[in-house]
Design a protein around this ligand. Structure first.
Ligand SMILES: [Zn+2]
Ligand SMILES: [Zn+2]
Length: 319
């Protein structure tokens, strides 16, 4: 099978179809999404080597005796060891020995087939088409924000960054009834948030005033700088961006105003699938372009262009 492989450089490689191990299934990938973390892999994130990609929707193609066979699925990306204290406490995503689909010691989704433990799968409801379901992973990551920093309807929240993840976070938080502001650099992206009741600003025009919660999803250290100047004393900054570089942080910026800085990564798939099934989130405006997997290198280049939102790969063989 032809897959998009990273070995210091991204390349299309002809590789054997993976064989599912104990407790694993083989998934035929339909669509995969390119996200900011994949672009971080290109710059050395986790020092990953292997087939890239972690956002996907597909259908279970094996083993022949799997109760999942033929089921359309999405899958959680963290694979824990299942035996350590963290895994037994339900924290496989924080297992020290964990593997992560397309990001850490496990081949990913930019391929016609991938393997995952059956325990990682979530069935996609028939009402949710593939182009929606492929957003389950990033939407779950957006839902992780209110899990870690509960947003009351009285809260004022600022989301920094108008990329695909920032927009999904703004949409999700707007469902809470709170006052949500989104700051970014692309008027055409900001426009996608306004119909959901989000007030939007070009970052330079952000009005004065403090926020109870600031979510940093800009993918750039300048976003964290902005977040720290706009959070109120005793407020919370939620950090979503996966910078690969070190960033100098003055501790007094947290200590003096007693600000909480919270890292946030993967979130609840079941909740994300419910939002998609009920039509409360329609992710289609986020799709910039879909490429066949055979043009995967062009797709990565496209995804790196400033102002591009979500790029999808059609991974079905023959496409
Ligand atoms: Zn991602
Ligand atoms: Zn473990």
């Amino acid at each position: 099978m032809l897959a998009l492989y990273f070995d210091g450089q991204p390349a299309l490689k002809d590789l054997p179809r993976p064989a599912p191990g104990d407790g694993e299934v083989l998934v035929r990938v339909h669509l995969a999404g390119i996200c900011g973390t994949d672009l971080a892999v290109l710059k050395g994130y986790h020092n990953f080597r292997g087939i890239m990609g972690h956002e996907f929707v597909g259908e279970v193609a094996g083993p022949a005796d799997s109760p999942w066979l033929g089921q359309r699925v999405v899958g959680e990306i963290n694979i824990g060891c299942e035996t350590c204290e963290r895994c037994r406490a339900g924290l496989a995503r924080h297992c020290r020995q964990r593997r992560v689909l397309g990001l850490l010691n496990h081949d990913g989704a930019f391929a016609p087939y991938l393997t995952l433990p059956a325990a990682n799968l979530h069935a996609v409801p028939p009402e949710v088409p593939d182009v929606w379901a492929v957003f389950t992973e990033p939407l779950a990551a957006a839902l992780r924000v209110p899990e870690l920093a509960p947003v009351s309807p009285a809260a004022r929240v600022l989301v920094v960054g108008d990329g695909s993840l920032g927009l999904q976070i703004a949409w999700v938080l707007a469902l809470s009834g709170a006052e949500i502001h989104l700051a970014g650099h692309h008027p055409e992206h900001l426009a996608l948030a306004r119909p959901r009741g989000v007030a939007t600003f070009l970052a330079a025009d952000l009005p004065a005033g403090d926020y109870d919660i600031v979510v940093e999803a800009s993918g750039s250290p300048s976003g964290l700088e902005l977040a720290l100047t706009r959070v109120r004393p005793l407020g919370t900054v939620v950090l979503k961006s996966t910078y690969t570089n070190r960033y100098p942080l003055e501790p007094s910026a947290l200590v003096v105003p007693e600000v909480r800085l919270v890292g946030s990564r993967c979130g609840p798939f079941a909740g994300a699938l419910r939002l998609l099934k009920d039509g409360r989130i329609d992710p289609r405006p986020l799709i910039s372009r879909t490429f066949p997997l055979a043009r995967g290198l062009e797709a990565l280049d496209w995804a790196r262009r400033p102002g591009v939102l979500k790029v999808h790969l059609d991974c079905r063989e023959g496409n």
